[in-house]
Design a protein around this ligand. Structure first.
Ligand code: MG
Length: 264
């Protein structure tokens, strides 16, 4: 099942994607999926990021080839950082290159979406806490990541957490999905989640030992090798097998700075 969050005629709605149509659900799907009679043409609505998380947990170095390209050794535990909810960008939403940054990189990642409040679950119990999976672009100001020595600014700008286009509740084995990033149609990253050092169920269990995971929270599982810069005018795509493609245009920050993102 593909779950979408969307705007139609200024109203925020949730629904189930059925081909080129969307069936509304009674409530946000994290409260239980209750399909209704109302159906819209996909062309008549605007897809938003499929959830509005309370936090986006991100895993730093989780593919061996990416660790090598960054000059890191593999950690014995996941490297955890967070993006603020204000960094969220939906499918098709522009990713803004901030004036403060010289280099803005793509990082294609599989994202886990949490179904229910979760704390201290085992690896075996973790699957029951997962609503589904979606595509994520962990956009990173690489120069500021090096300069700051920690990653809050480099990864926390508005629009640096691109998420979508929908939540796939059953993409197949989440630890065996092809992950591809294309920049202007050219493949830049190509790997498979079977290369994850710490897999999806482990990450949910491990994170739940640190903090309470809330319904709709996102855990981004890390990026494979091939990261690289994007510039205004580019289009970046993150495609994940069994899920779909998240596409975002890259724009420059306007004179006078960006306005707050329009996220319903
Ligand atoms: Mg990343």
């Amino acid at each position: 099942m593909r779950l979408v969050r969307f705007e139609i005629k200024g109203q925020l709605r949730y629904g189930i994607l059925e081909g080129d149509r969307v069936r509304e659900t009674l409530r946000p799907y994290v409260e239980g999926i209750m399909p209704m009679q109302t159906v819209h043409a996909l062309a008549d609505l605007r897809l938003l990021a499929p959830v509005r998380p309370s936090k986006m947990l991100c895993i730093g170095i989780n593919y061996r080839d990416h660790a090598r390209e960054m000059g890191h050794t593999m950690p014995d535990e996941p490297v955890l950082f967070m993006k603020p909810a204000s960094a969220l960008a939906g499918p098709g939403h522009p990713i803004v290159c901030p004036r403060m940054a010289d280099r803005v990189d793509h990082e294609a990642e599989l994202a886990i979406v949490i179904r229910r409040r979760t704390r201290h679950v085992s690896v075996e119990e973790a699957a029951a806490s997962i609503l589904g999976y979606t595509c994520f672009n962990d956009v990173t100001a690489r120069d500021l990541q090096s300069k700051d020595g920690q990653w809050t600014r480099a990864k926390g700008f508005d629009t640096f957490g691109a998420l979508g286009p929908w939540i796939e509740t059953d993409p197949g084995d989440p630890n065996h999905l092809a992950v591809t990033c294309r920049l202007n149609g050219q493949v830049r990253q190509k790997s498979n989640t079977d290369q994850l050092a710490f897999n999806c169920q482990f990450l949910v269990a491990w994170a739940s030992r640190i903090m309470t995971l809330e319904p709709g929270d996102v855990i981004a599982t890390g990026t494979p090798s091939g990261i690289g810069p994007m510039k205004p005018g580019d289009t970046v795509e993150v495609e994940i097998e069994g899920i779909g493609t998240l596409s975002n245009p890259i724009v420059s920050e306007p004179d006078g700075g960006s306005k707050p993102s329009i996220i319903l």
